[in-house]
Design a protein around this ligand. Sequence first.
Ligand SMILES: NC(=O)c1ccc[n+]([C@@H]2O[C@H](COP(=O)([O-])OP(=O)(O)OC[C@H]3O[C@@H](n4cnc5c(N)ncnc54)[C@H](OP(=O)(O)O)[C@@H]3O)[C@@H](O)[C@H]2O)c1
Length: 347
Amino acid sequence: MTHPPTETFMQVYRIPKATGIDSLTLTGTHIPQPERGQVLVHLHAASLNYRDLMIIEGRAARGAPAENLVPLSDGAGLVVSVGPEVSRFKPGDRVAGCFMQTWTGGPIGPEDGASALGGALDGVLAEYRLFDQAGLVLLPDHLSYEQGATLPCAAVTAWNALFGGQALYPGDPVLVLGTGGVSVFALQFAVAAGFVVIATSSSDDKLDVMRRLGAAHTVNYRRHPEWQEEVLRLTEGQGVARVVEVGGPGTLARSIQAARLGGEIGMIGALTTGGDINPTAAMRKGLILRGIYVGSRQMFEAMNRAISAHRLEPVIDKVFKFEEAGDAYRHLKSQAHLGKVVIRITE
Ligand SMILES: NC(=O)c1ccc[n+]([C@@H]2O[C@H](COP(=O)([O-])OP(=O)(O)OC[C@H]3O[C@@H](n4cnc5c(N)ncnc54)[C@H](OP(=O)(O)O)[C@@H]3O)[C@@H](O)[C@H]2O)c1
């Protein structure tokens, strides 16, 4: 049985000024009431993405965030009350917020980027949050709130990179770089779809885990700085059909070399700097370089159907308590994690 909250006050984290992880500040405020078309969600868990580090350190692509931003895009929780004219959800539903609140389907629209949670708009590191009904999806039944909170950014991005572009077929080789949130989801979806995954990492221990999760081949990019040559060797000189490219400037030239003729590179991340990109290499291979900005609600819903059908479980590296949110950021920054870093908001 679900009731509207009996308390009237809630706790929420804000970033008064984005000067680093220590700027994260726990404050109190009134629990808002849903108006027309709105849904009040009691958030149970949130997860971090590399983007959240960039935002709190004031180095996000959009520049410094608005003062007093509520951080984090990815949260899951329970619908506790709904406003008038809400038809998509009811109290008792278990939901997650969409990364971009207004991108429901089709190509991204000009205003959708301005509806990203924890960036342009306040995010989910709070006990309660109001959402427009269009900006939520139902969680797969078999997932906990902590698992559900890993999905909105990293998983949808990985889904879009694999299934939003040109078609891949079972047996196609796919390359995932590193073992962060996006790449581990990409591995899981690719394995479920029957693709042959090559995974890279700086750590042999992490590569062991990736093999247990279904990677067919692994390459330590520290031991093999020219890792693209290993990828070519593993694909009998052909290269991969898809690169889930989270490295950016410092890895893209090697990803282009690792791709097969007519292959596609999902341009996702910017974990690295430097690098010198020669467009001719991509041109002569007839590659598609496809820019990816998370994904739409329709993609999120399609992904959830696959997660339910395959009973996929997100890989959670560590769960932090609400009052340890700063430590969760520091853990993500250390890059000691594999998969997702989660904050439990409500016990
Ligand atoms: N465009 C979009 O819509 C979108 C959406 C989500 C994320 N992103 C971007 O994608 C990137 C990954 O995000 P995330 O949240 O998954 O990050 P994350 O969880 O923080 O991943 C960090 C991991 O990346 C790996 N890594 C670091 N440098 C690398 C390198 N030179 N080569 C290969 N792997 C490297 C490391 O794996 P090992 O420890 O195994 O070496 C590291 O642990 C970020 O740049 C993020 O901003 C973009």
